[in-house]
Write a protein that binds this ligand. Structure first.
Ligand code: SF4
Length: 146
């Protein structure tokens, strides 16, 4: 059993109300071998919602209280993304999950690279907030691109 970003399974939970459908992940959810989660919805963010990016750091810095997650309109969304990460971890631990496949680039789900905070599509090294929290708790995280 793995955890998978819900948008990869075709669930319309992206900030723009759409998804990042990959057939393989939808099949895994359908046959019971994957649990779909959207950390941003679990953190209380509505859908659709303004896009968010991590400013001045990475998901690790967000968890350590060193930088913030901001919406494109300038509002602070740090609390929602941290809560979403914590709720996702609870689900993973409850289900005995040891591996997660999360959406590349996302400020919540990204692993290895994330958007750089400029809302220009540029990437920087680092993990999203949820990916970082799962990794810190011993869960292996990869992206759909790995
Ligand atoms: S938070 Fe993760 S699961 Fe939710 S829409 Fe963003 S990338 Fe997909």
């Amino acid at each position: 059993m793995i955890l998978v970003s819900a948008c990869l399974a075709g669930i319309n939970c992206k900030y723009d109300g759409r998804n990042n459908y990959v057939e393989e992940f939808k099949k895994m959810v359908a046959n019971g071998s994957a649990i779909p989660v959207c950390p941003e919805q679990l953190g209380g963010c509505p859908t659709p919602r303004p896009a968010v990016e991590i400013h001045g750091g990475t998901g690790a810095d967000v968890l350590d209280g060193k930088c913030a997650v901001l919406r494109k309109n300038g509002e602070d969304a740090t609390d929602e993304l941290v809560k979403g990460a914590e709720e996702t971890l609870k689900i993973a631990q409850t289900a005995g999950i040891e591996r997660a496949v999360l959406k590349a680039g996302s400020p919540s789900c990204g692993c290895g690279t994330i958007y750089d905070g400029s809302f220009s599509g540029k990437l920087k090294k680092g993990n999203g907030v949820t990916a970082e929290l799962l990794l810190r708790n011993g869960i292996r995280v990869t992206t759909e691109e790995d």
